[in-house]
Design a protein around this ligand. Structure first.
Ligand code: ME8
Length: 510
């Protein structure tokens, strides 16, 4: 039976326009989902929008429309971004769907039935921007640690007995050393839990834009309990006919930004333990993007619109840059200079030129017919083909650790070797001196192009598709299981090659 892989993005608050940060998280998940599909996994890739809570209600008020109309409208911006980015999600969930209300209420009842919820009252600080409660001693100069303003809240509230789950959480972390990555973030989480946990307010009464608490219409659920439950709702947990909970749950990976790790690595596993449901296998918290060295924020007016970037630089170029430029897990800076360097150097020069050179010589000198690799490999052929052979497993290990930048780095190492090989073998000179060897060299190089383009599909689906089309790899031959079919292209006829990665020229250079 095929193995399953269930991967999720955070569901994004609809009060904001989608920006580069949202695109980044979903892109990482898209790369992983595509990689797993090519490795023949049965994949479910979930993304969506978080539509309740005070923040969204206030944004709707500001827009002068009802929260329902507001969320219907702005949720589409995120779906639009997903389509522009070429994301391959299997499901786009909205927390205003009826099935989600049902599943939140089901989880609430499970928590209630097991004695983990009690009615009391909350008095303390609340940050609407973070949708989070803060104790007095957590505030920094009178604001939330994130810098968000806080307001004093006093209201009746249901509480979840989070404090009871401190030791079970610590035990779980101990026995699941890969539960949170990167490791430094896992250590922060452990320190936080070791410091003691306060019971958590999980309902609000001062506004009503949320999932009603069962049997108490005065309360709506705290938006984070509602939001986290989306990961289970998507399995149709509450639907008799289409229930796929057993198939998909637990999730294999929750991908999040570092800002919301605590919710995923502390609250969510505690809710699940308390509800007697299995815990997700892993949570990865990636870093934060800044723009040319500055924090990205609406007030600074430096929010990067990914759609404008795609229009200017190309989709695969942006996908490549985001996955390559910053070590995944660390903070990174978005700079146009760095982006243009990557486009011109890695894509146009290293890969684009290699493909163009190899295919042009075949087209012009071998009647467009892809040659075979040599029967007796020379030392250099062997060296290069061996590097290629090792690549898939090495990339697979890195992808499973979410080291996307490293995976691309080692793919580019093989591309660099291929460029050294082509320079050294100089097929354009062999044309006159040793036609047969020229053909063998080109056979080796097409094999490298095939391997590299197959592995690059998850990162740059469009460009890889174009290159694989050009070297006549049929759609059925694009799973990773075909990687070992060495020499399978020999004898196929190519068409006149076309460049896939244009250089980026500033308008004054064009
Ligand atoms: O927190 N750099 O939604 P949100 C990198 N609804 N990633 C960034 C980023 C940046 N500058 N800015 C945003 C929420 N992100 C909740 C989630 S999940 C059950 C509920 C990404 O719209 C990053 O993934 O505020 C971050 O965690 C997420 O957007 C926050 O999105």
């Amino acid at each position: 039976m095929r193995q399953k892989f269930y991967i999720t993005t955070p569901i994004y608050y609809v009060n904001d326009n989608p920006h580069i940060g949202h695109a980044y998280t979903t892109l990482a998940c898209d790369v992983l989902a595509r990689f797993k599909r090519l490795d023949d996994y049965d994949v479910m890739f979930l993304t969506g929008t978080d539509e309740h809570g005070q923040k969204v209600q206030m944004a709707a008020e500001k827009a002068g429309i009802s929260p329902k109309d507001f969320t219907d409208k702005v949720s589409k911006n995120f779906e639009y971004l997903a389509s522009k980015m070429g994301f391959s999600h299997d499901c786009f969930i909205r927390t205003t769907e009826a099935r989600h209300y049902e599943s939140c209420q089901k989880i609430w009842r499970r928590l209630m039935d097991r004695g983990n919820i009690t009615l009391s009252s909350y008095s303390g600080w609340y940050s609407v921007r973070d949708e989070a409660f803060f104790a007095e001693n957590e505030l920094v100069n009178g604001v939330a640690p994130t810098g968000a303003p806080v307001e004093w809240v006093e209201e009746p509230s249901y509480f979840f007995n989070l404090s009871k789950w401190q030791q079970p959480l610590l035990d779980f972390y101990e026995t699941h050393p890969d539960f949170v990555a990167p490791e430094s973030r896992f250590n922060e989480i452990k320190r936080f839990v070791e410091g003691g946990l306060n019971d958590l307010s999980i309902s609000r009464t001062t506004f009503d834009w949320g999932v009603p608490v069962p049997n108490d219409q005065e309360h709506v659920m705290y938006v984070w309990l509602d939001a986290l439950t989306n990961y289970i709702t998507a399995t149709n947990w509450n639907n008799k006919e289409q229930n796929q909970f057993d198939k998909w749950w637990p999730a294999d990976l929750h991908m999040v930004g570092k800002d919301i790790l605590r919710f995923h690595a502390v609250y969510w596993p505690a809710f699940l333990m308390a509800a007697e449901l299995p815990l997700p296998k892993r949570v990865f918290a990636h870093g934060w993007w800044t723009n040319e060295g500055q924090k990205i924020s609406k007030s600074l007016g430096n929010v990067i619109n990914p759609i404008a970037l795609i229009e200017e630089y190309g989709l695969d170029q942006i996908r490549y840059f985001m996955m390559r430029e910053v070590p995944f897990g660390r903070d990174g800076d978005f700079s146009k200079t760095a982006l243009i360097n990557r486009i011109n150097s890695d894509l146009a020069n290293d890969l684009g030129n290699l493909a163009q050179r190899v295919l042009s010589i075949i087209f012009k000198n071998l009647d467009s017919k892809i040659p075979s690799i040599p029967e007796d490999l020379q030392k250099e052929d062997y060296f290069l083909l061996n590097k290629l052979k090792e690549l898939p497993n090495n990339v697979r290990v890195l992808i499973n650790e979410q080291s996307f930048h490293e995976a691309l780095r080692i793919i580019w190492h093989v591309i660099a070797e291929a460029n050294r090989y082509v320079d050294k073998q100089a097929p354009w000179s062999l044309k006159k001196t040793d036609f047969n060897r020229m053909s063998e060299v080109l056979g080796v190089l097409v094999e490298v192009l095939r391997g590299v383009c197959l592995i690059l599909q998850p990162f740059m689906p469009d460009a890889s598709e174009k290159l694989l089309d050009q070297i006549k790899v049929s759609p059925e031959e694009r799973l990773f299981s075909s990687l070992t079919d060495i020499n399978s292209l020999s004898g196929r006829i190519i068409e006149k090659p076309e460049g896939v990665f244009p250089r980026y020229l500033k308008s004054e250079d064009a």
